[in-house]
Design a protein around this ligand. Sequence first.
Ligand code: FES
Length: 69
Amino acid sequence: MYVCICNSVTDRDIVKAVDEGISTLEGLGEALNVGTCCGRCASCAEGLIQSTQMKNGYDADPMQLAVMA
Ligand code: FES
């Protein structure tokens, strides 16, 4: 599914980028241009970062989880 319509970035693209080491929205912006246009995808992209990191066994940042709740 498309997460960032402005830049045609899918959830699979974001999960792959996180699997390869990107851990911030800013990093996704640099790598895939996520969130660099209208910004409406930012919260969904951050959620994907967190869920992918948890899937991969990283500790989630409690502040990020609080923001997402
Ligand atoms: S939907 Fe991602 S920048 Fe607009």
